[in-house]
Ligand binder design. Structure first.
Ligand SMILES: [Mg+2]
Length: 370
């Protein structure tokens, strides 16, 4: 089986409401969708959501990189040769993990379709019975976040994820405590600072005030390059620390292990270049006694399904946050969310159907590589 043709689409997924985190406000979500076709008549889908703030990639640049570099390079290769495909992409260009992830995800979709199995059956099988997801709350005033949190509990969500990290750290502490007060003491609350606290000392002072609030973890309290600072925070506080932006490559993971800088890792296919490396990172984390989560850059059914297959296949991946399809007012796939769980279809590959008419409608520009 050989890849004979690639179609690249630049799309914008419209959001139900703007997504607000510490470093950006998104009115819509730009993404790149690729379709790889084989000489056996199969089509595999992949997705890239480049995040300029995290991996340094940009939507329009990623389009050109896929068009000029990665897609021409893999024409003629077998999607099963995933190590060789990554090796070829890495030889062409360093970094650019989201663009590489699009190729990787499409190759796994093709592998699954070729053998008639869901992707999780190729990478570890079903290690987890249920894949649940939290309600993600954007940064707002404490009373508004508290009100939205209460509604989420009424809707049946099993956990909350609060986005904070804007303004003074004390304002964030107020937001978090207001939500805890509103939802009672037992509802799991995860906090994502998205690098928003300005120093390890400021983070320690804020986290100290949260130690009695039953917070599941504090995610990425400080800037991503400061892994030593993350270790300092972890050594001085009693709330588990999750690394997100700080962990992109396997080298980052080794540094986090060396410095004992985190309890939990937020692995995202868009940071680590796809499924192939995500499962390796989860395995390395397991050896170091760390738990993992699969997160996302707010992806459609394509990227989200890929993340859920990885989560399904690993025992130490205990949580997922791939809620992109729930945030979009229009989408291209049919990944099934049933409060508070995601149900993978069990069909071959990613197990989703891509609606071609919808994809064409949301496409800003496209090209074909043969
Ligand atoms: Mg995060």
């Amino acid at each position: 089986m050989k890849i004979t043709k690639a179609t690249l689409h630049a799309v914008r997924f419209p959001l139900n409401e703007p997504f607000i985190i510490s470093y950006a406000t998104y009115p819509d979500m730009p993404a790149l969708i690729i379709a790889l076709e084989t000489d056996t008549g199969l089509v595999g889908y992949g997705e890239a959501v480049p995040d300029e703030h995290v991996t340094g990639e940009y939507f329009t640049a990623a389009y050109e990189i896929l068009k000029e570099q990665f897609l021409p390079a893999i024409i003629g290769m077998s999607p099963f040769d995933i190590e060789a495909i990554h090796s070829k992409m890495n030889a062409l260009m360093s970094r650019n993990p989201a663009s590489k992830a699009a190729v990787d995800i499409a190759c796994y979709d093709l592998m699954g379709k070729a053998v008639g199995q869901p992707v999780y059956n190729l990478i570890g099988g079903q290690a987890t019975a249920h894949l649940d997801y939290p309600k993600v709350l954007s940064i707002e005033a404490p009373e508004i976040m508290a009100e939205k949190a209460k509604k989420a509990v009424e809707m049946g969500y099993a956990s909350l994820k609060l986005k904070v990290g804007k303004g003074q750290a004390q304002e964030d502490v107020d937001r978090i405590l207001a939500v805890r007060e509103a939802v009672g003491k037992d509802m799991p609350i995860r906090v994502d600072v998205n690098q928003g606290w300005k120093s390890p000392g400021i983070a320690v002072a804020a986290i100290k005030q949260l130690e009695g609030a039953n917070i599941t973890w504090i995610e990425q309290p400080i800037r991503m390059g400061d892994i030593r600072g993350l270790a300092e925070i972890r050594s001085k506080t009693a709330v588990p620390i999750m690394a997100d932006e700080s962990i992109q490559s396997m080298e980052d993971l080794l540094e986090i292990i060396r410095l004992e800088a985190a309890d939990v890792l937020n692995i995202k296919l868009m940071k680590c270049a796809g499924i192939f490396h995500a499962i390796q990172m989860a395995k390395a984390a397991e050896a170091a006694g760390m738990l993992c989560q699969i997160g996302s850059m707010v992806e459609s059914s394509v990227g989200s399904a890929a993340g859920y297959h990885v989560a399904m296949s690993r025992i130490n991946i205990e949580s997922t946050e791939l809620t992109g399809p729930l945030l979009f007012s229009e989408e291209i796939g049919d990944l099934k969310y049933e409060h508070p769980y995601v149900l993978l279809s069990g069909k071959p590959g990613l197990g989703i159907e891509v609606d071609q008419a919808q994809l064409d409608k949301l496409t800003e520009k496209s090209c074909v590589i043969k």
